[in-house]
Every structure is written in C-alpha cells, then in structure tokens.
Design a protein around this ligand. Sequence first.
Ligand code: IMP
Length: 197
Amino acid sequence: MKLVIASGNAKKRSEIERITCRLGIDIVPLEQTIFVEVVEDGRTFSENAAKKARAFAKANNCAALADDSGLCVEALGGAPGVMSARYAGDGASDEANILKLLEAMKGIRQRRACFYCHMFLALPNGEPLTEASGKVCGEILETPKGRDGFGYDPVFYCPELGKTFAEATPEEKDRLSHRGKALRALSVKLARLVPHS
Ligand code: IMP
C-alpha cells in the first residue's frame, strides 16, 4: 500500500523521509501527493495529527502518516506547544518564532524544555491504524547556535549530545529526537503496511 506524508513542511518531511527510508519504508513523493488544507485547531498534538492523517488518507485514497509536533517550555507553562509553528503569528518564520521565544524567556533561569511529536497513521478510509509519540528534553539557550535542522533547533540544547540540534548531524538528531522515537515506535506496523519496493 502507498503511504503519503500529511505535511507540506519541507524540513519536517525530509526528516520523516530519511528516518522511514532507514526503516525500509517507501513514501509517495511530494509532487504526487494531493494536498488538503487542514485547520490545526486541536488542543493537543494527538488531535491535530489525527485530523491531518485522516484528511490526507481520504484525499489520496491511501495510507497517510501525520506528525504534529512542537516545543513545550516549562517556565512558559508549556508554551508554545501546539502553537509552535505560528508562535509569532500565522506564517511566522523560524527566526521570528525563535526571537519571540528568547524575548519571552529573558531573565528566566529555569530553561528546561521538551520537544513532543505525535505520529498518527491512517488507513485509506481515514480510520486509524496506529499512533505513537516521542519526546526529548533539553534546555533553551540564550542565543542560537548552529545552522542545520529547522524550527527551534538552534536554541534547543541537547544534553546527551552536548550541543544544539542545529549543530547535530542528521544521524545524531534522528537517534535522540522526538520524531525519531515516535517513528521507530510505529515502524513495525508501518513496514507491514508499506513494504519496501
Ligand atoms: P506542526 O506542523 O504544527 O506540527 O508544527 C511543528 C512546529 O514545531 C515546527 O514548525 C517547529 O516550529 C516546531 N518543531 C517541531 N519539531 C521540531 C524539531 O525537530 N526541531 C525544531 N522545531 C521543531
């Protein structure tokens, strides 16, 4: 069965593709995917992931995998959370979101934060097949470091790596990231559904 990724975020897609490729799973290329506008108005990552996966599965008439993810900062009561992509407003750039986060955290010494990812795999009729989540915790730096990755990676310091996710190699990030953990938790069911060609 074919599998589409329910996301137009190029960097997120490329992370999902490189992890699923390593797990031996083929994905329908972006240009062959029928896109649907999904309003991400859920209160949780899992609600939003389910909504996206179901809509893409029905529109493409094949299995769909959705990732809803974000950064939760303890000292900000879990913000930006489900609002991570549009923390500084609709269509905000990664730079604008980081700037807003660093402003909000000015003078705050307790800088613990976690990335969460919820993955939802839907069948062609939109019914759920399986879902899983992943989490990685670290600290928010006062200034960005590194040029790789996306989103809040330049300010997310990962203690296990001793550097930010934006300074990590793709392999290092995938091994520890919320997304890598969630995908590996789904991998057996995913591989059974979408055998490698
Ligand atoms: P979504 O498309 O609503 O799931 O938005 C996810 C947002 O959370 C992204 O646009 C980033 O701002 C942030 N985010 C999620 N995962 C990561 C990551 O691995 N690194 C950095 N930022 C992330």
